[in-house]
Design a protein around this ligand. Structure first.
Ligand SMILES: [Zn+2]
Ligand SMILES: [Zn+2]
Length: 152
């Protein structure tokens, strides 16, 4: 593993986060967690793999998925499945936010939890059901695509 001054601090932070989550610290996990934290948005596994590889060297696609699954299971990373898109990963902030997806360009942006706490909405289910979360995808057209579609 090679470390340069620019990655030492985020690496240490990533290692601390792994330990806090009770995970064994490995170079691959640190690199992947850093890649997720350093992105503002919702990245797919391919993009994260490419970024993590700058730190770890070659990472197979299988290793990428294994690491992402472990980080997701540990509650450090949130994985969102959106129909017709590869799974997207972001920092798990436990804020129960939802997503808006643009039908034209595929842009994904966060939509705050409407109520402020999971599961966010009332489900029409008998009270015997323990409802823990609701994942809502709002589909529509983003401002950029709307502007582009306007006749000039
Ligand atoms: Zn769009
Ligand atoms: Zn999100």
């Amino acid at each position: 593993m090679t470390t340069s001054p620019t990655v030492e601090e985020p690496m240490a932070l990533a290692a601390a986060r792994l330990r806090t989550a009770g995970m064994r610290v490995t170079a691959q996990r640190m690199a992947m967690l850093m890649a997720v934290y350093e992105s503002a948005g919702h990245l797919d596994a391919d993009t994260l793999r490419e970024r993590a590889q700058r730190v770890t060297g070659r990472l197979s696609l299988q290793a990428t998925y294994n690491v992402l699954r472990a980080l997701t299971d540990a509650g450090l990373v949130r994985c969102t499945q959106i129909a017709g898109h590869p799974a997207r990963y972001e920092v798990e902030r436990h804020d129960n936010h939802h997503h808006f997806v643009c039908r034209d360009c595929g842009t994904i942006r966060d939509v705050e939890c409407t109520v402020g706490a999971a599961p966010c909405m009332e489900a029409q289910l008998p009270e015997e059901y323990d409802i823990q979360e609701a994942a809502v995808t709002f589909w529509g057209v983003c401002p950029d695509c709307r502007a582009a579609a306007q006749p000039s």
